[in-house]
Design a protein around this ligand. Structure first.
Ligand SMILES: *[C@@H]1O[C@H](CO)[C@@H](O)[C@H](O)[C@H]1NC(C)=O
Ligand SMILES: *[C@@H]1O[C@H](CO)[C@@H](O)[C@H](O)[C@H]1NC(C)=O
Ligand SMILES: *[C@@H]1O[C@H](CO)[C@@H](O)[C@H](O)[C@H]1NC(C)=O
Ligand SMILES: *[C@@H]1O[C@H](CO)[C@@H](O)[C@H](O)[C@H]1NC(C)=O
Ligand SMILES: *[C@@H]1O[C@H](CO)[C@@H](O)[C@H](O)[C@H]1NC(C)=O
Ligand SMILES: *[C@@H]1O[C@H](CO)[C@@H](O)[C@H](O)[C@H]1NC(C)=O
Ligand SMILES: *[C@@H]1O[C@H](CO)[C@@H](O)[C@H](O)[C@H]1NC(C)=O
Ligand SMILES: CC(=O)N[C@H]1CO[C@H](CO)[C@@H](O)[C@@H]1O
Ligand SMILES: [Cu+2]
Length: 574
């Protein structure tokens, strides 16, 4: 590791030119150092990255680029009509999705979030989903855990190192705000396990309604998940049937050049929809799950749960002439409730065609499962050690004061947004309220196995902050220590996995990252209804990593804002 992945500005520009369209254009960002480009990664050598490669153990080794990428993001109230129907929303820099954050593996990323909401008076925060935040817990952006909400008029700065590479997203972690439109992509350039010619960037799959999630929350709380009107592909779709005079909006569409292979970075950013993604007549090669590159496999349909990402490569191998194919994001009826189930579609044109496709979708069986375990083989092999401790959490649901609340091990999380965990720790609190749903993991470098199980016929995407977890088992029925076999030899590794309906999932992680880390269901309604817990990992080491002045300043600004505007916390706080 003698050579560093840093090139001088002029070399960087030459390298960029050589890379052509394979790499995002150099960002003309405010106060940025010129983008450092690592040579050696071309359309045919994607597994290389300067002196590093796909086989570098990125949990221990990270390129020293010396580059800091700085982003200024502004949250505002907006009126949007992504499917032709106008409604209010909230957005980063005015667009849904918000601007994509680009970095190279090893860069330091600095994001300044300014809350400029006017008509609504929500607090805010930005969580960098899947980013490990190695020893930087305070930058995890979770209201009530790692910070107080960012008040209107305030700016919060997040700083973290890109120790992983691949595709992910950022989103608000304040109440239901992410699903008001407050999210965007994150692309960390590095090696990849499959070759491709062009990078098409992020492709968000979202559900969408003509009422806001805040308006729908009461219904979700009292009667269960509401039926949503529509869905969006990368922020756009039509509403109403094709050929109908009343159809509004326009479809996401992309033009393929025959023979070219494209990388697409899928994200399920939905509040309550599990999607199957496909492009008619095309085979998808899957090269990454969340921020973990995998041994490539091919499929016609990718199952993608909320919060998950899949990196896919698709080759334009279906036609030499101008023609068109449907791209589909199909809500799975078993766990999603949508009025446009068959019309969340984009178009893949070949050459200069602009016609409406007439292709037929692949057949499938409706289900809210993950991709097959056997397919998700991490390219960087890791083995799980025997457990040091095991945590069993049973998921249940109940009604408290007539509203739905979700419980893990009989606790429904309620954390006070004015007194986040890190502030409690800085005030030397050592005993937490039961409702804070804290599990302490005091010892370093131990393996923790978490068994989550439910007898309810509803699947849930489980997301853990601060770690990639290993999926040791996943199934229906009950987990049994004596009969359920655990896959410890390079099992799927990621940050979001499905807990099957009436079933269980067994996750493992190593306590190598001190902090207060949330684990929760990524269904927006369920998080708000308390389906969350927090691991306080290595409590003794956390305060040394925290800037208490920043923590306190954010909290006092928030307290004043809450008083001035008479804001009441209405949900779990995360
Ligand atoms: C994570 O942070 C610790 C403490 O600073 C450091 O020793 C370790 O090398 C870091 N890991 C990575 C992958 O950068
Ligand atoms: C977002 O908006 C802010 C404030 O208007 C601006 O300074 C910044 O350049 C924009 N950022 C991006 C990535 O577009
Ligand atoms: C956020 O703002 C929306 C729109 O004004 C409002 O309905 C919602 O109650 C607010 N949420 C919180 C937690 O204050
Ligand atoms: C999706 O939207 C993001 C944000 O606007 C953009 O960067 C990206 O290129 C779009 N993806 C595709 C495939 O067009
Ligand atoms: C294709 O996308 C463009 C915007 O990029 C849009 O103007 C057009 O209407 C879309 N086509 C269809 C058929 O929706
Ligand atoms: C798509 O595949 C189907 C089934 O194999 C085939 O009948 C059809 O002709 C193909 N469509 C196009 C446009 O290539
Ligand atoms: C489960 O609840 C019991 C009783 O409240 C508590 O002692 C235990 O620590 C909890 N365990 C987990 C894993 O949450
Ligand atoms: C129009 C349509 O297909 N709606 C479906 C939405 O999802 C529910 C299941 O939750 C189905 O029952 C509807 O048929
Ligand atoms: Cu859930």
């Amino acid at each position: 590791m003698s050579l560093r992945c840093v090139l001088s500005s002029s070399l960087a520009l030459m390298a960029l030119a050589a890379l052509g369209s394979s790499s995002p254009s150099p960002l003309l960002n405010h106060g940025l150092s010129r983008r450092a480009v690592c040579s050696g990664n071309t359309a045919t050598t994607r597994d290389q990255w300067c002196d590093f490669s796909l086989t570098t153990d990125y949990y221990t080794t990270v390129p020293e680029t010396g580059v800091t990428r700085e982003y200024f993001l502004e949250l505002t109230d907006v009126t949007v009509s992504p499917d032709g129907v106008s409604r209010t929303a909230m957005a980063i820099n005015g667009t849904i999705p918000g601007p994509t954050i680009f970095a190279d593996w090893g860069d330091t990323v600095v994001v300044h979030l300014t809350n400029s909401l006017t008509t609504s008076v929500n607090g805010s925060s930005i969580h960098f989903h899947g980013i490990r935040q190695n020893f930087t817990n305070q930058n995890d952006g979770v209201a009530s855990i790692t910070q107080c909400p960012t008040a209107v008029g305030e700016t919060t700065t997040y700083t973290w190192r890109a120790t992983q590479y691949g595709s992910t997203w950022y989103h608000s972690h304040f109440a239901l705000q992410a699903w008001q439109g407050v999210f965007g992509g994150i692309i960390i350039n590095g090696p990849a396990s499959g070759n491709y010619d062009q990078d098409l960037g992020m492709l968000f799959l979202n559900d969408w309604s003509h009422q806001t999630v805040d308006e729908l929350f009461e219904e979700a709380e009292t009667s269960g998940p509401p039926t949503l009107d529509n869905g969006l592909i990368n922020g756009t779709n039509v509403f109403g049937s094709d050929g109908s005079d009343t159809q509004t909006g326009s479809r996401f569409n992309v033009s393929f050049v025959s023979g070219t292979s494209y990388r697409i970075r899928l994200v399920n950013g939905a509040v309550d929809t599990h999607f199957k993604f496909s492009i008619d007549n095309h085979t998808l090669t899957v090269i990454g799950t969340d921020l973990v590159p995998i041994t490539p496999y091919t499929t016609n349909i990718v199952n993608i749960g909320m919060g998950q990402r899949y990196d896919i490569v698709v080759t334009a191998d279906q036609s030499a002439v101008a023609t068109d194919f449907w791209m589909r994001a199909i809500p799975q009826v078993a766990c999603s409730d949508n009025d446009s189930t068959d019309n969340i579609r984009g178009i893949v044109h070949y050459a200069d065609s602009t016609s409406t496709p007439t292709t037929t979708g692949f057949s499938y069986t409706d289900s809210c499962a993950d991709e097959a375990t056997a397919s998700l083989v991490p390219a960087l092999t890791k083995t799980v050690d025997d457990e040091t401790s095991e945590i069993l959490d049973v998921v249940t649901v109940g009604r408290t004061n007539n509203v739905f609340r979700w419980f893990l091990n009989s606790t429904t999380m309620v954390v006070d947004w004015a007194n986040p965990t890190l502030l409690q720790l800085s005030n030397e609190v050592t005993t937490f309220d039961t409702s804070n749903a804290v599990i302490e993991l005091p010892n370093a470098d131990e393996w923790v196995y978490v068994v989550i199980e439910t007898t309810l016929p509803i699947p849930h995407p489980i997301h853990l902050h601060g770690f990639d977890f290993f999926v040791l088992a996943q199934g229906t029925g009950t987990f049994s220590a004596s009969t359920t076999s655990l896959n410890t030899a390079n099992p799927p590794r990621r940050d979001t996995a499905m807990l099957p309906a009436s079933g269980f999932v067994v996750l493992a992680f190593e306590t190598d990252n001190p902090g207060a880390w949330l684990m929760h269901c990524h269904i927006g309604w369920h998080t708000s209804e308390g389906f969350a817990l927090q691991f306080i990992v290595r409590r003794d080491e956390i305060l040394d990593l925290v800037d208490t002045t920043v923590l306190q300043d954010t909290c006092s600004a928030w307290s004043s804002h809450v008083t001035t505007e008479s804001i009441v916390q209405e949900d779990s706080g995360v």
